[in-house]
Design a protein around this ligand. Structure first.
Ligand code: SF4
Length: 436
């Protein structure tokens, strides 16, 4: 029996798919190369953007042909989309050949759900709200050297544009001892890079019976023997503490990179977004980070065209980008999410204006990214080799400690290893190098 998982969305979702795969493998399923040969197909969905939702509906419709050819095929939909009642209703009515709809917190029930679906004539729905964290679920990791470890689930921040707190529930931290034993086990298995995951890792541990700060957890992960690199995602600027900056500086395994979403450069828009920090606070954080860790790379997320954003507000964002000089920015046009306060705000911005602002922003940022990469020419960087590059000319591909992609020639035996690479040809999106 074989399975195939299709995943949309963020790293959290990709990691959830590793757990789904682990559970299926425990049940005796093995991965299928193609959809055609799968006995179970799971779509692990995202609802952060409206078009992601539309893509999933399109994909489910395409999969009907497989159901018609093989009535025993189990088709399941999971992830953030399923946490919304209107989606469950829509799929049950319009796409009734879906066998199972299960929520993020119901993954551990998958064996039972598959069993029930084999007998049932209607979709089996299991979307339960539970704040309990299930430990020790099997995880089928997709990488042999880099591992993702969830430290918090959910989010308490309610940024006014974001659907995540509604679908993933309130913030809940894992116990530090559970996290450390997972990291120790990963180190024993030979993993060398740990990526700590949470919607807002900076507020880790505040909800625990015995509160533990994120920087304290980071120090404990840093002490695990065998681990060589530590990253974390995502940081919220309102919770980034001085202690964390000091910990990043002092812990040699913590990589010189931080992803710190700014979202906007105008205080008026930041307040409407309910981000709970100002432009000045953000710029001050960048200053402190760069003072403590001079070679740190900083990436960010920016939304343009938030309701009510004027040209002046947008110019504030553009000026912040020029002032901070991010290594990389993930830029988005604001997209309405039903059920969030921003969707109801007046002065929604026209798509043409959003597109124009996005293009202007990308032009500025691309030039900064290219300039920053150019500064690396001739330097030697430690690279963790991840695999083969995607381009036509096949090279090895990996990341520097500052999270920059480097492509270079070398043997497949280097995949999963740390190597030193001299940067010979920097480009905007990647660096070319030669192994030394
Ligand atoms: S911090 Fe804000 S943007 Fe991030 S998941 Fe929570 S509500 Fe969404």
């Amino acid at each position: 029996m074989k399975y195939k998982i299709l995943t949309w969305g963020c790293q959290m979702n990709i990691h959830d798919s590793e757990t789904i795969a682990g559970i299926l493998q425990n049940m005796g399923y093995s991965p299928a190369d193609t959809l055609k040969e799968a006995d179970v197909i799971i779509l692990n969905t995202c609802c952060v953007r409206e078009n992601a939702e539309r893509k999933v509906y399109g994909r489910i419709a395409q999969l009907k042909q497989f159901k018609l050819r093989n009535p025993n095929l189990i088709l399941a939909v999971s992830g953030c989309m399923v946490q919304q009642p209107h989606v469950v209703e829509y799929i049950s009515e319009k796409l009734p050949y879906v066998d199972i709809l299960f929520g993020i917190k119901n993954v551990h029930k998958l064996p039972e759900l598959i069993e029930n679906a084999r007998q049932a004539e209607f979709p089996v729905v299991e979307v339960m709200e539970s704040s309990e964290i299930k430990e020790n679920l099997p995880i089928e990791r997709m990488d042999n050297s880099r591992a993702w470890v969830t430290i918090t689930y959910g989010c308490n921040n309610f940024c006014s544009y974001c659907i995540v707190p509604y679908v993933r529930g309130r913030e809940k931290s894992r116990l530090p001892e559970d996290i450390i034993s997972e990291v120790e086990a990963l180190a024993k298995e030979g993993f060398i890079e740990i990526n700590l995951l949470g919607q807002n890792v900076n507020s880790y541990g505040k909800d625990l019976e015995k509160p533990v700060a994120f920087h304290e957890l980071l120090r404990r992960v840093n002490d695990v023997e065998g681990i060589k690199r530590i990253r974390f995602l995502t940081s919220h600027p309102k919770d980034l503490s001085d202690e964390l900056i000091l910990t990043m500086k002092e812990c040699e395994k913590v990589c010189e990179h931080i992803h710190l979403p700014v979202q906007a450069g105008s205080n008026r828009i930041l307040s409407k977004m309910n981000r709970k920090y100002t432009r000045e606070h953000y710029i001050n954080l960048i200053k402190k980070l760069r003072e403590a860790i001079p070679n740190i790379a900083i990436s960010t997320d920016i939304i343009v065209g938030f309701p009510g954003e004027t040209e002046e507000d947008f110019l504030d964002t553009l000026n912040l980008v020029k002032e901070v000089e991010f290594d990389l920015a993930y830029t988005f046009m604001y997209s309405k999410r039903k059920g969030t306060p921003a969707a109801e705000m007046p002065d929604q911005i026209d798509d043409d204006v959003k597109k124009d602002r996005l293009n202007r922003l990308m032009q500025v940022q691309d030039a900064i990214t290219a300039k920053k990469n150019m500064e690396l020419k001739g330097t030697v960087q430690e690279v963790l080799v991840e695999g083969i590059s995607r381009g036509k000319i096949k090279k090895l591909s990996g990341r520097t400690r500052t999270n920059k992609v480097v492509n270079f020639d070398g043997g497949r035996d280097l995949i999963g290893k740390l190597v030193n690479v001299e940067i010979t040809e920097p480009h905007t999106w990647s660096l070319l190098g030669r192994i030394i």
